[in-house]
Design a protein around this ligand. Sequence first.
Ligand code: SAM
Length: 223
Amino acid sequence: MDHLELDTITKAYARWAPVYDLVFGAVFERGRAAAIAAAERIGGRVLEVGVGTGISLPDYKRTTKLCGVDVSAPMLQKAEERVRELGLTNVEGLWVMDAEKLEFPDASFDVVVAQYVVTTVPNPEATLDEFARVLKPGGEIILVSRVGAELGLRKSLERWFAPAARKLGWRTEFPFERYTAWVERNGSVYLTERRAVPPFGHFSLIRFGKTAAAVPDAMRAAI
Ligand SMILES: C[S@@+](CC[C@H](N)C(=O)[O-])C[C@H]1O[C@@H](n2cnc3c(N)ncnc32)[C@H](O)[C@@H]1O
């Protein structure tokens, strides 16, 4: 069963908010650094979806314009405090918003970043469609996300842990084929990179480019 309810997620992250940085600060640091380095290569106006406590915001250059959204008000409150305390004037705004229904016009951002988010949303493919919609042609979607094991002991453990993980607000099972099927269906994006990032090889940096027009069939076959 793959189902995750938005209500379960908001309740889970209301509980995580006070301790999130302590529990997930260091463990996800290298993945975040990889995503930010990739985003900075493009620069411009960046949307962080599932920005959470805003833990990554101080790591961007002050010349990069940042917008952040999260469905959890308690997580976002931490982000607002961080922006105020550190004087991050490059942060344009932080909004409580569902990733699946982004309230931005088409082609608003040069980069859409989502770190440790896609496996926590109720409808990952619909959410990725929104990322592609708000992205400018020539821009990039940059994810750091758990990729489920294809075989073996890790796959069995992920399946066993899945019901408990859902209560904590995420999925353990998420095969990479879901991304390749989404690229194929969406038609405006193509996969540019997939690379494992610490910890434990369970997470990957995944990058997609957006074309000016639909991806030609020949290019899709190459992906
Ligand atoms: C594991 S945390 C990651 C936070 C941050 N990106 C980081 O690197 O630590 C997942 C975040 O995604 C948010 N989230 C989950 N579902 C969401 C949705 N549908 N729309 C917006 N944010 C969502 C959660 O509230 C939480 O803050």
